[in-house]
Design a protein around this ligand. Structure first.
Ligand code: NAI
Ligand code: MG
Length: 357
């Protein structure tokens, strides 16, 4: 097999530190599995604005759409926060998602038993929780039109539109069902069908897609009650699929359950195997350049990359096991109350991978 092609967008702040760590771990797993990949570094975010004036230079776009997968660190930071600036780092991320056609954002939230005390929930409520959010990423309230402002009779108004067509719903729900198949075989579709027409269509399509997937159960939850059940019944969830803004809010709530932002990965997927992978945390300017960042979110993102874009199932599982074993043995960066730096934590995962094998 030819080498997989991975574009690496380190980005800003701790981004380059954590992507380097993730590629190191991926390299170890690949080598063991007799696989190979090549990387190409490109610019995105603040670092790209400084170098080219644009948050997503054309060269970056071209490289990403031609790659098998893209691994991203984080973008943004105080240096580029001037509200009067012509372009902002986040514009690069939005542009990239659009260019890559990724319409589903996957966020697994799993609580490691050894870290249950880092969760704001009681151990018995959270231990064993293992869910994946599938958030629709390119439609819904954040992108619907008309959106804007108007003045009527001297009164200022502002409006946004929550709109979906059946195809946008179908493709993201279909992805959720496929993810549920090798898991606990349960899809929770989250909407606000008691109020919103777009949610009633969402529900109809979810039922239709569900009918194609025998053996996988489908339940519907209203978004407000889902927000509550994440706290009271976290262990009942498996795959959760929802609208863009609902997903934005619920995924942050769920991330808090896991204890540290630094642990959680994400993937953004479209129709084909190509995807965009990034830890959920930001550029953490307060610890950037100090070698203190927790690399686990990025390492687990690389595992998702191996699984979803390269089909390297064994390598992905080996990385995930390595993280589990390292944490079980007490490896902790500072955000988890430990003393390890980025490099030491990365080495702990690599060591654990050989022991786990
Ligand atoms: P943040 O996630 O960068 O940091 C929040 C807190 O968590 C900080 O105290 C930070 O030190 C800590 N933290 C984050 N990741 C960590 C890690 N891997 N290891 C140890 N500690 C970690 O969020 P914040 O401070 O709101 O945003 C900082 C910048 O990042 C902003 O410019 C923001 O726009 C950007 N950002 C970018 C994202 C992306 O690229 N997808 C996502 C979120 C924020
Ligand atoms: Mg958010």
């Amino acid at each position: 097999m030819t080498s997989a092609r991975i574009v690496v967008l380190g980005g800003d702040g701790i981004g380059p530190e954590v992507t380097e760590a993730a590629l190191h771990v991926l390299g170890v797993a690949a080598k063991r599995g007799g696989k190979s990949f090549e990387t190409r570094d490109e610019l995105l975010g603040g670092i790209a604005i400084d170098a080219t004036g644009e948050a997503m230079p054309e060269r970056t776009r071209e490289a990403c759409v031609a790659a098998d997968a893209v691994l991203l660190g984080a973008v943004g930071g105080p240096k580029w926060d001037d509200p009067r600036a012509k372009t902002r780092p986040e514009a690069g991320l939005l542009g990239l998602r659009k260019a890559m056609g990724v319409f589903a954002n996957l966020r697994p939230v799993r609580l490691h038993a050894a870290l249950a005390d880092a969760s704001p929930l009681r151990r018995d409520r959270i231990e064993g929780a293992d869910m994946v959010f599938v958030r629709e990423l390119t439609g819904g309230l954040y992108f619907g039109t008309p959106k804007g402002r108007a003045v009527e009779n001297g009164v200022e108004r502002a409006f946004d539109t929550l709109v979906y067509d059946q195809n946008e719903i179908e493709r993201v729900v279909e992805l959720a069902f496929r993810l549920a198949a090798p898991r606990k075989k349960k899809v929770t579709s989250v909407d606000k069908a008691n109020v919103l027409e777009s949610s009633r269509l969402w529900r109809e399509i979810a039922v239709k897609v569900g009918a194609r997937h025998g053996g996988i159960s489908l339940e519907h939850q209203l978004v407000d009650s889902c927000a509550m059940k994440l706290l009271t019944h976290a262990k009942d969830f498996d795959v959760i699929v929802t609208e863009n803004m609902f997903g934005d809010i619920l995924t942050d709530e769920a991330a808090a359950l896991a204890g540290s932002l630094g642990l959680l990965p994400s993937a953004s997927l479209g129709e084909g195997p190509r995807g965009l992978y990034e830890p959920i945390h930001g550029s953490a300017p307060d610890i950037a350049g100090k070698g203190l960042a927790n690399p686990v979110g990025a390492i687990l993102s690389a595992a998702m990359l191996a699984r979803h874009s390269l089909g390297w199932t064994d390598e992905a599982a080996a990385i995930e096991r390595g993280v589990d074993v390292a944490i079980a043995k007490g490896a902790r960066t500072r955000d988890l109350g430990g003393t390890l730096g980025t490099r030491e934590m990365t080495n702990a995962v690599v060591d654990a991978m050989s022991q786990a094998a």
